[in-house]
Design a protein around this ligand. Structure first.
Ligand code: PAF
Length: 283
C-alpha cells in the first residue's frame, strides 16, 4: 500500500534509502483519474528504482477570499487508495505548519504573467502557487515533478521556476485527461448540478471548434466568435475569457502552435480548459 505520511520528518524517514530518482506529483488531494495519469507518467519516468511522492495539500494561500477553500473536497482515505492504484510510493499530506514554518518567509518575484488569464480574476493566485511549489520542492528535493496541461498557465510558470533552480527540477507535462464527453477532469466537477454537468461538454466542444476554424484560416476574432457560438447553445455557461495566445502568453503568429484557453462559470463553479491551436499561414 502507498505509505501515508504527514510531517516533514515522517516524509524524510519514508524516503530514506528508497531511491535517488525522486518524482514529486503536487496535488491538492481529491484525486481522480487525471491525477492517476500524472502519477502513472511520473512512475514510468523514474522507472522501477525511482520513488513517486504525491503531495496532498490544500494550499490556503492560493485561494482568494470568495473562493472555495473551506468546501474544497478532502478525502485522504480515498486519495490513498487512488494513489496506491496509480502506483505512488508515498502520499504526503503535510500540515500548514509543515509547509509554512513561521521562521521561513519567502518573497516571490512578481511577473506580469501572474496578472493575466487566471491571474486577472484570481489576484495573488500565481505568486501563491509558485511559493507553495517552491516550498514543496525544497522539502522533497525531487529530480522531476509532474504537472497537468489543464492548468496551462500554472504549468508554464512553474516550469520556468523549476528550470531556474540549482539543481533544476525537470518538469513532466501530462496532457489533460478528459471524461467520456470531453470535459476536462477536475476536482471541481463534483460541484456541478446534473443540468450543468449535461452541458459542460460544450466547453471542450467549443475549443475543438475554435481549433477547427483556425485550421481553415479563421482569425482570432472569428475563432473567439465560433467558441462563443458553441457555448451559447446553453445559458447555463457564462464565459469569463477566451484567449488565443502563444505558449508563453504573447501574440500568436500563424504557423506556430499556441493555445486556445477558456475560463467559464456554471453557476458558482469556475472551470478552465485549453487546447493546442495553430493559426493557418496566409499564402
Ligand atoms: O494544481 C494544483 O493542484 C495546485 O495548484 C498545486 C500545483 C498542487 C499547488 O498547490
Amino acid at each position: 500500500m502507498t505509505q501515508l505520511v504527514h510531517s516533514n520528518a515522517e516524509l524524510r524517514l519514508a524516503m530514506t534509502g528508497l531511491a535517488s530518482n525522486i518524482c514529486l506529483v503536487p496535488t491538492m488531494g481529491a484525486l481522480h483519474e487525471g491525477h492517476e495519469a500524472l502519477i502513472g507518467a511520473g512512475k514510468e519516468f523514474v522507472g522501477k528504482d525511482g520513488c513517486v511522492v504525491v503531495s496532498d495539500f490544500v494550499n490556503p494561500k492560493q485561494f482568494g477570499q470568495n473562493e472555495d477553500f473551506e468546501k474544497y473536497p478532502r478525502n485522504l482515505e480515498l486519495d490513498q487508495k487512488i494513489a496506491h492504484k496509480a502506483g505512488a510510493h508515498i502520499l504526503w499530506a503535510p500540515s500548514v505548519e509543515d509547509v509554512y514554518p513561521g521562521q521561513w518567509p519567502m518573497e516571490i518575484e512578481n511577473d506580469s504573467r501572474f496578472d493575466i488569464l487566471e491571474g486577472k480574476s484570481r489576484p495573488g493566485h500565481f505568486a501563491a502557487v509558485i511559493e507553495v511549489v517552491t516550498r514543496l520542492f525544497n522539502i522533497v528535493q525531487p529530480n522531476v515533478a509532474v504537472f497537468g496541461e489543464k492548468d496551462f498557465q500554472q504549468l508554464v510558470l512553474v516550469s520556468e521556476m523549476a528550470q531556474k533552480r540549482v539543481p533544476p527540477v525537470g518538469i513532466l507535462a501530462v496532457p489533460t485527461k478528459r471524461d467520456f464527453d470531453g470535459l476536462a477532469l477536475s476536482s471541481r466537477n463534483i460541484y456541478l448540478s446534473s443540468d450543468q454537468r449535461k452541458v459542460a461538454h460544450l466547453i471542450p466542444d467549443a475549443l475543438k471548434q475554435g481549433v477547427l476554424v483556425a485550421s481553415k484560416g479563421a482569425n482570432k476574432l472569428e475563432i473567439k466568435n465560433r467558441v462563443i457560438e458553441v457555448i451559447k447553445q446553453t445559458d447555463l455557461i457564462e464565459i469569463e475569457y477566451i484567449e488565443v495566445l502563444s505558449n508563453d502568453f504573447k501574440e500568436l503568429a500563424p504557423g506556430i502552435v499556441g493555445r486556445i484557453l477558456i475560463a467559464a462559470k456554471l453557476g458558482n463553479t469556475r472551470l478552465i480548459d485549453n487546447m493546442p491551436i495553430l493559426l493557418k499561414e496566409k499564402l
